[in-house]
Structures are given as structure tokens and as C-alpha cells.
Design a protein around this ligand. Structure first.
Ligand code: NDP
Ligand code: BG6
Length: 497
């Protein structure tokens, strides 16, 4: 077992990710007593001076405000904050300037025997320089770990460069490539469901399953990240990582053991079995969209181009893809993937759509006979439901009724407290890399997506416009309609029961 007494160094400590996700996650871990007492949280940022103290106090106050804003109202507690703030250290540091802050960071780390856990909440363009400076200041000892954020790179080549560069300084075993979707409780529940139930062991292949849908639908737009998002788009921001990771967990073969090495090996096999999409296949199997003006959750939303202030951007804010996995288990089963910003409702869901029964024995009057469906909801509520047909007990005649078995009945904990970043950060602290991605996974996912991104870049077609607050372009519905399928969209405000 790796050492759990670490010092967490967040480079880019004043950035959006740090203040919105990492600090709240660490605060929650602190309140739950999941962080060893000796663990320090060292945030680095350029705007603080190391000689005067006032910049530090101001920044600590910013963290406090960020916690008050991003935690649930009842979660913030002045007593806990006081103790949490005692863990915080602030260093004014510039990644690209070898003198600014590096000697101070080095001195701070030398005060403790804790293993350093370096979290790069930084633009990937400075990962290499960060590694060089860590090495120059002798901060990379054999157990030191580094956490890298997604997306790794911009395409296959740039991802390889980043992985090679970081790999010069850290062994693969000490590199934690984060995908916070894998920290979501229901994602892990999916593995338990698949690998501990005879029922699903038998009913998890092309003989039983008609198709799979994975939707990651967001209501938010650019959220002040226009610079990043316009260079990325939905494929790089969501498909390359979150969506393909979920697809891997649905489609992978059972690992012989639940350990990082075995699971990663199975996920890589899935990514390598994705049927390549090239040329005309891309047109036939993908839809990309960009939101225009609309109303989201009752508020007017400007169109993407207007919000961005650039009328010529062709960045996609929505994408739908029909994918196939060419192996024995999944031959002929389409995987429909969809993600978008400014859609009607925030929800993430995996739908396993079973085949219809072979023969209907009930008369037409007995009502609609729906195929079974397993719905794995990741958010906003975390839930797993199995839809089955039963008899309507209120009636004396045989009338069919669809019922849902709710498999999360036992959980009383509000899902917003089950913070995926907390879970994943604590795994990195413990040195458990099961839920982190190997560089070969990153490579295989870019290998599949690169032709699509190239094709769009070269083609003269712009993404189709959809009104903000809808479910995206109607072309995405057509994509499924051709196969006789239909997206499962929750009704407005619907939660799993
Ligand atoms: P921000 O632009 O908000 O923050 C980036 C941080 O990098 C800033 O704090 C900035 O520091 C720091 N930085 C940039 N250049 C330097 C430098 N030369 N020296 C020191 N610090 C530097 O970006 P995000 O926080 O949104 O994103 C950070 C990373 O996390 C990116 O890789 C992004 O893709 C990824 N990510 C972000 C998510 C999010 O929700 N925000 C979600 C998933 C991934 P300073 O404050 O000093 O200017
Ligand atoms: C991040 C993306 O990785 O995931 C964001 O960069 C997106 O654009 C976010 O909003 C969604 O995460 P969640 O957990 O809110 O679904």
C-alpha cells in the first residue's frame, strides 16, 4: 500500500478547477476525517508575493468564499473551516519562471516527510515546464505522484508528447490521469451490478441487448471558460474522456481481478475494438451541433457565437455518435453516444435497451409490451432502475404495465455530498490508481477520434444549430430513427423514482 501521508500541491490553485471542484472536495474529505492530520494542502498561484503576507490572506479568503459558494449551505461550518484553513499553505509561484516560488516550495516541502502529490490544475501547455522545474529543484523523489487533468492533449500526437514528457520524470505507476466521472458512485455501482449478478452476467451481450445509449446532457454553457472550450469543443471536452470511459465500463470483459492493471487492460481492448469511422462513415454516424438562442431552465440563453463574441467559430457544443464495437460480445449492437451544452435538462445516463421478447402471447387489448431496460442514472440523482413488464394489479383482466425496480432504495445519503472529485482525490492520496486512466487508454481514444476531428476541420460543413433548452439538433433523433431506436429523454423535471 502506498503512503497516505502526502502533501497535496495544487499548481494553478487559484484557477476555476481548484476553487470550484478541488477545494470543496478536500474540505469535504477533511470534515469526514478522511485526510490524515499531517496532510498539507499547498496551493500555488502567480499573483501572491512570498515576501509579504497580505496576498496569502486574501487568497485564503478567496478559498473560503469559493467553499461558501460551491458547498451546500449546511456543509460550510466556521469551526471546520478554521481547522481546514490550518492545512492550507500558499506559495506565489510561476510555472515557467524557475526562480519565482520554486525555492520557497522546495523549502516548504522539506519541512515534512510526506510524499508530495503534485496536482496539475494547469493548462497542459505548461505540464512539461512544471516537470522540468520540479526535477531541477529535486522535488521528484521515487514515490512522488502527479495528477493530470483531462483532456490530455488536443489530439493523438499532442497527447503522446505530453505523456512522453511527463513520463521522462514520473514512472507510469505514479501518474494519475484523472477522469472525475469514474469517481461517481453509480459508475462503480455499475461494475458491481455487472460483475456480481448472475442475471447480468448472462444478459450482457448482443444476444440480449438491442442497443446502448450514453447521454451526458448539460444545461450550462461556457461558464467563463470560453478560451478553453472554443479550442476544445464537445468531443475533446467530454467524449474523449468521460463518455468513452463510461462506454468502456459498459462494454469491457470482466477483469480477472478488480485491480488497476487488469481493468485498464480490459478497457484498452474495448477502445481498440471500436470500429474506425472515416470519410463518409463520419457523415452517416455522427451529428454535431452548436447552440443558438433559446431558453434554458426559464432563463434566456444567448447563442454560442454571441456568447463567445466570435461569429465564425465552428466549435461543436453538441455531438451524437453511433459507434460499434467489433468483437464477439457486441457485434451488431449500436452504442449511441450523446453530449451537449445548453440542453433541456442536466442529466447523465446509461441506458441498456434489451431486445423485445421473441413472441407476444398477449392479445392487442392487453396494452403495450415494452422491452426491458436498465437505466443507470449518474446525475442529477444517482440511481439504477430496471424496467420490467408486470400485470396491472388494479384490473381483473390481464393488462400489461411497465414497472421500475429501483435498485438504489437503500441509499439515504444526498447524492450531492457524494463528491466524485473527493473520491478520486482520496484514491490518489491512497495511491490506488484503479479509477485513473493509463496512457494507452488516452492513446486509443484519440486514435479513434482523430479522423473525426480531422474530417470536420477539413469539411466545409458547420455544426447544425439547435435552440438552447432543447435536446439538441433533430438530426440526432434521425440518427437513431434510422435504426428504429429513440433517445430516452427524461420528461421535464423528472427524477428517478
Ligand atoms: P483556469 O484558467 O481557471 O486555471 C488555470 C490555472 O493555471 C490558473 O490558476 C493559472 O494561474 C495557472 N497557470 C497558467 N499558466 C501558469 C504559469 N505560467 N504559472 C503558474 N500558473 C499558471 O483553468 P481551469 O482551472 O479551468 O483548468 C485547469 C486544468 O483543468 C485544465 O487542464 C483544464 O482542462 C482542466 N479541467 C478543468 C475543469 C473545470 O471544471 N474548470 C474540469 C476538468 C478539467 P494564475 O491564477 O496564476 O493565473
Ligand atoms: C468537465 C468538462 O470535465 O466536466 C466540463 O470540462 C463539464 O465542460 C464537466 O461541464 C461536467 O462534469 P459534471 O460532473 O458536472 O457532469
Amino acid at each position: 500500500m502506498s503512503q497516505t501521508t502526502v502533501d497535496i500541491v495544487i499548481f494553478g490553485g487559484g484557477g476555476d478547477l481548484s476553487l470550484r471542484k478541488l477545494m470543496p472536495a478536500l474540505y469535504r474529505a477533511h470534515v469526514n476525517q478522511e485526510l490524515d492530520k499531517s496532510i498539507r494542502i499547498i496551493a500555488t498561484l502567480r499573483s501572491v508575493s512570498n515576501s509579504a503576507d497580505n496576498g496569502r490572506d486574501e487568497f485564503v479568503n478567496r478559498i473560503k468564499q469559493a467553499l461558501q459558494k460551491h458547498l451546500q449551505a449546511q456543509e460550510f461550518n466556521p469551526g471546520h473551516w478554521q481547522a481546514f484553513s490550518e492545512r492550507l499553505c500558499v506559495v506565489g509561484l510561476d510555472i515557467v519562471d524557475t526562480n519565482k516560488g520554486w525555492p520557497e516550495l522546495s523549502a516548504l516541502l522539506s519541512l515534512s516527510d510526506n510524499t508530495p502529490l503534485f496536482y496539475f490544475a494547469l493548462p497542459p501547455s505548461v505540464y512539461g515546464t512544471a516537470c522540468e522545474n520540479l526535477a531541477e529543484h529535486n522535488l521528484i523523489h521515487p514515490d512522488a505522484r502527479v495528477v493530470l487533468e483531462k483532456p490530455i492533449g488536443y489530439d493523438r500526437e499532442s497527447a503522446e508528447q505530453i505523456n512522453n514528457k511527463v513520463g521522462e520524470y514520473f514512472p507510469e505507476a505514479n501518474i494519475y490521469r484523472i477522469d472525475h466521472y469514474l469517481g461517481k458512485e453509480t459508475v462503480q455501482n455499475l461494475m458491481v451490478l455487472r460483475f456480481s449478478n448472475y442475471l447480468f452476467e448472462q444478459l450482457w451481450d448482443s444476444k440480449s441487448i438491442d442497443h446502448v445509449q450514453i447521454t451526458l446532457s448539460e444545461t450550462v454553457g461556457l461558464e467563463g471558460r470560453a478560451g478553453f472550450y472554443d479550442n476544445a469543443g464537445a468531443v475533446r471536452d467530454m467524449v474523449q474522456n468521460h463518455l468513452l470511459q463510461l462506454l468502456c465500463l459498459v462494454a469491457m470483459e470482466p477483469a480477472s481481478k478488480l485491480c488497476a492493471k487488469e481493468i485498464r487492460a480490459e478497457k484498452i481492448k474495448v477502445l481498440n475494438a471500436l470500429r474506425p469511422l472515416t470519410g463518409d462513415d463520419i457523415k452517416q454516424n455522427t451529428v454535431r451541433g452548436q447552440y443558438g438562442f433559446g431558453v434554458v431552465s426559464g432563463c434566456e440563453q444567448r447563442g454560442y457565437l454571441d456568447e463567445l463574441g466570435n461569429p465564425t467559430s465552428t466549435t461543436e457544443t453538441f455531438v451524437a455518435i453511433r459507434a460499434h464495437i467489433d468483437n464477439w460480445r457486441w457485434a451488431g449492437v449500436p452504442f449511441y453516444l450523446r453530449t451537449g451544452k445548453c440542453l433541456q435538462q442536466r442529466y447523465s445516463e446509461i441506458v441498456i435497451q434489451y431486445k423485445p421478447v421473441s413472441h407476444r402471447v398477449f392479445c392487442e387489448d392487453a396494452g403495450e409490451l415494452c422491452s426491458n431496460r436498465l437505466v443507470v442514472r449518474l446525475q442529477p440523482d444517482e440511481n439504477i432502475q430496471l424496467e420490467l413488464m408486470t400485470k396491472d394489479l388494479e384490473r381483473t383482466d390481464v393488462h400489461l404495465q411497465k414497472m421500475s425496480l429501483n435498485l438504489n432504495e437503500g441509499s439515504k445519503q444526498p447524492s450531492n455530498i457524494r463528491d466524485a472529485y473527493k473520491r478520486i482525490l482520496l484514491d490518489a492520496v491512497r495511491g490506488d490508481s484503479t479509477l485513473f486512466t493509463h496512457r494507452d487508454e488516452v492513446d486509443a481514444s484519440w486514435k479513434w477520434l482523430d479522423p473525426m476531428l480531422d474530417y470536420w476541420q477539413k469539411s466545409k460543413d458547420s455544426p447544425v444549430e439547435y435552440s438552447a433548452g432543447t435536446w439538441g439538433p433533430t438530426e440526432a433523433d434521425q440518427l437513431l430513427k434510422k435504426d428504429g431506436a429513440i433517445w430516452r429523454n427524461p420528461k421535464n423535471g423528472e427524477q428517478s423514482q
